[in-house]
Design a protein around this ligand. Sequence first.
Ligand code: ADP
Length: 327
Amino acid sequence: MIKAENLVKRYGANYALNDVSFEIGEGEVVGLLGPNGAGKSTAMNIITGFLSSTSGAAYVNGINILDDPIAAKKFIGFLPEQPPVYPDMTVAEYLDFVYDLKGVKLEREEHIAEVLSVVKLTDVKGRLIRNLSKGYKQRVGIAQALIGDPKVIIFDEPTVGLDPKQILEVRNLIRTLGKKHTVILSTHILAEVQAVCERVIIINKGKIIADEKTDELTRTIEDGYQYEARIVGPISQVASALKKISGVRSAAITGARDGEANVYNIESVGSSDIRRAIFTVCAENGWPMIGLAPTGTDLESIFIRLVDRSDRKADGTKGAKREKIRR
Ligand code: ADP
């Protein structure tokens, strides 16, 4: 349905995208995950025909977006980071306007009513857009993307600036839309991809560093889980006792302190749950543990681990040996 082929976008000496290729099949719900500045918006803007690439090509349903942008764009509904809504129109007027702009052929009244109902805006259709809350404005943005019933819907950072309740509503809406449409969702929030997408493409500094099922990514994150423990006790004895726990790959003092307690970084082997054992060791030795929390689940740490993993995959046996030594 969507194909990006060796996309490169260069600004002067900087590469916003550096040889990015992926394919997204009909009905897939895919997250494009990466930190700010990774190249997500650039990729979306090229796929939707808003921006040209320095080299490479983007296809929508087999049509090269640059060869026939009008035909290609008919398959796509796009919610950019800043929704293109007109504050002086009512919700209904605006959707009517978008309907004309897109040259939609479906039965007008019926189609607009259906879109209003899907995004739960029927009750406010007569209100001026300027008077709506940010969450409702975002739904108007989603509604305009749905006009014309496109096969593919592309969301660029759809929950930025929304409050927690609105975030859940928008994610639920995207999940519902994913049942009938191909969806691409760009975000810098890992939990958003885990909540909504079945596949994740991770992009960093203009390059794809992972493209896999979301479940697999979650497993990678859980593999080698890290904890931060705050323990009161003699440093070398605590560290050596922690290291002896079965399932612990490494334990090291971080140098930070919390009152009388020292802070230790502890990493487990695979997905073994080492929390009970850490507690027991501390209790048996009379070392008060005043805190134990998982770390390393932020995007930066995950990137480091994914890059490490792809390095290991690249040099097979060497990587396997290193893995054994670490264990
Ligand atoms: P993301 O959407 O992942 O936050 P972007 O695609 O917006 O990232 O940006 C990717 C990189 O390209 C960034 O380093 C950004 O500064 C750069 N960039 C984007 N647009 C321009 C532009 N018009 N001129 C110069 N650099 C740009």
